[in-house]
Design a protein around this ligand. Sequence first.
Ligand SMILES: Nc1nc2c(ncn2[C@@H]2O[C@H](COP(=O)(O)OP(=O)(O)OP(=O)(O)O)[C@@H](O)[C@H]2O)c(=O)[nH]1
Ligand SMILES: [Mg+2]
Length: 239
Amino acid sequence: MDVDVLGNAQREREWFHSLTVPPGLWTVLRLDGRGFSRLTASHYEKPFDRRFADVMADTSRLLFEEFGARYAYTVSDEISLLLEPGFRLFGRVVEKLVSVSAGMASAGFTGGSGVMGHFDSRVWTGGSIAEVVEYFSWRQADAARSALHGWCYWTLRQEGLSGKQATGALAGRSTADKNELLFQHGVNFNEVPDWQRRGVGIWREDGGVRVEWELPMRAEYRDLVVRASGWQGETTINR
Ligand SMILES: Nc1nc2c(ncn2[C@@H]2O[C@H](COP(=O)(O)OP(=O)(O)OP(=O)(O)O)[C@@H](O)[C@H]2O)c(=O)[nH]1
Ligand SMILES: [Mg+2]
């Protein structure tokens, strides 16, 4: 058979390659380090290590620039990249977006840290700027909850509890309980560095790239996301 005929038949079998992000949708690529609980356990300080966060921020900036994103947000082992509704990168082909972003994050992280790490990637879509704001508020609120939990867990571990015991001790505890637990161990959760609780944001400002390690929260953060997105229209955002 002719090689082109054969080739066309084979390409038809690349079934998922025709899957694209529908036009006009805001898109977020969210990447997450695979098996980073184990990776960080053997290479970084618990519960947070600024060296790890620095590599994640550098990796996020690399993706932010390479993908021409409007906003990037990183916390713990995850990165979210906001692409504008009209983005044309990779013809909006989902396979390309997720595989190239995951590959680039894995290379960036491994090169920056000297520790071999890899990431998965997924696509979120939103129909309005309000949904984009909701997405980033969700990630930030989740970050705060995870940071509080992580601080409690490692505080108990340092006291000599096993992993199972620490998890058991924290099960069903309220946010107030966890803050109190830390306070009794001499940690004021409100005073741990902002980036641990709120994450790091990256956007374009005054012709440069701004990497912000002290993000605001709630309404102020929502306003920041709208500004970073470059959205010019009307907004009705739940506060
Ligand atoms: N030591 C240390 N660990 C961190 C730091 N930031 C994030 N982590 C850890 O990274 C892990 C991220 O959580 P997950 O993504 O849910 O866990 P995972 O092991 O990567 O699992 P999968 O993503 O499902 O593959 C948690 O265990 C965090 O404690 C850090 O600065 N220092
Ligand atoms: Mg992970």
